[in-house]
Design a protein around this ligand. Structure first.
Ligand SMILES: Cc1ncc(COP(=O)(O)O)c(C=O)c1O
Length: 369
């Protein structure tokens, strides 16, 4: 043994961790108003009920939070109208933390996972971190449809996880429930289906979209991944949860850490679950602004994909990094998503009318320069 790096895990030698989108503080906007449309946050801010609960709790932060997440799991069970019991949930510090727990619980050097790019990058990184092999069965490159037959054909005895991102990030489309069911019903018994539904609130009005509560309650090996970062406007609090069978929830929970969720996150999340008015307001805004943006993008003849989430993927026919920089000069933060597998595409969060107008005006300027 000659140097300390000799004891580092060799499969992590060239590992590049997930960076996430830039924060506002990293950007110098030269005094110009900055619209952050790069991280799919809620432009309306946090749920007011959550904010109140966080404020009520803030003076207690010298004390440890509850030893367990029981109160949040009870609140989740109530939120799902007791179709799921508190024992069917596990919680973590965000959606990505839920994904990391799942990868730690099921993967090792002998495992394989299946993803379908373009999609959320952390699946790949978390699986690789565990030494697992990542098999990509890409979405159709034109309309990003999911190839269930190819995914099922790629499963072998080493496969442990199949990731379904529904709605998908960065493409914004859904996997119709018949296809989700096909995967869930046809995977062999040694495979867990991970249904990442962190944008479900924006898709639930579509008739061919569904969460996977019924399949979980039929005892299928499915884990649904959720987050408080998107519709609830609590990205900064870092709270996520999953629902699954009681058996799987109990197993994955063994990988949680003591006092995992902090006091403010717990209080905010529990209160947010009761904030139906805020969710309705958020959904109405996205519905309305989506129509406005589709029209504006049509008028500008910019290629885009219809969305079932709170962002729209566009292809501006310009180098993505140059596009990002030019939009930033106009005060608009957008997200190139080549690293998610969508070359030359840009993901833009749907804002309110002020932000969307600023975005479209910037787009007009940048495209006509
Ligand atoms: C598809 C998908 N899953 C999970 C997450 C994780 O969200 P968070 O870690 O903020 O809860 C995100 C966030 O962008 C996402 O887009």
């Amino acid at each position: 043994m000659s140097k300390i790096s000799d004891i580092f895990k060799s499969h992590l030698k060239d590992f590049k961790p997930y960076k996430g989108g830039k924060s506002r503080d990293e950007i110098n906007s030269n005094g110009k108003k900055l619209y952050k449309l790069s991280s799919n946050e809620n432009i309306l801010g946090p749920s007011p009920l959550a904010l109140q609960a966080i404020q009520n709790e803030i003076h207690q932060v010298s004390q440890y939070p509850d030893r367990t997440d029981t109160k949040l799991r009870n609140a989740l069970s109530e939120f799902y109208k007791e179709t799921l019991s508190p024992k069917q949930f596990f919680t973590a510090n965000s959606g990505v933390d839920v994904l990391d727990l799942i990868c730690r619980a099921f993967l090792d050097h002998n495992s394989e996972v299946i993803i379908s790019s373009p999609t959320f990058k952390p699946y790949i990184l978390f699986a690789k971190k565990m030494g697992a092999k990542v098999i990509d069965i890409p979405l159709n490159p034109e309309e990003f449809s999911y190839d269930a037959n190819a995914v099922l054909a790629a499963i072998n005895e080493n496969t442990r996880l199949v990731f379904l991102t529904n709605p998908n990030n960065p493409t914004g489309n859904i996997i119709p429930k018949q296809i989700v069911n096909k995967i869930i019903n046809e995977v062999p018994d040694h495979v867990v289906v991970v249904h990442d539904e962190v944008y479900f609130q924006f898709a639930e009005e579509q008739t061919d979209y569904s969460q996977v509560v019924d399949q979980v309650n039929e005892g299928k090996a499915v884990i649904a991944v959720n987050s408080f970062s998107k519709a609830y406007g609590l990205a900064g609090m870092r709270v996520g949860y999953a629902y699954t069978t009681e058996e799987i929830a109990q197993y994955v929970s063994q990988f949680r850490r003591p006092f995992m969720l902090n006091k403010l996150g717990l209080a905010g999340a529990i209160a947010a679950l009761k904030d139906d008015a805020f969710i309705d307001k958020t959904k109405a805004l996205i519905r309305k602004e989506k129509t406005y943006l589709y029209q504006a993008l049509d008028d500008l003849q910019i290629k885009y994909w219809k969305t079932a989430a709170n962002f729209i993927l566009i292809k501006p026919e310009m180098d993505d990094k140059i596009f990002e920089a030019k939009m930033l000069e106009e005060g608009i933060m957008v997200r190139p998503v080549a690293n998610f597998g969508a070359d030359e595409c840009i993901r833009v969060t749907i804002g309110d009318r002020e932000a969307n107008t600023a975005y479209i005006n910037a787009l007009k300027k940048v495209m006509n320069e």
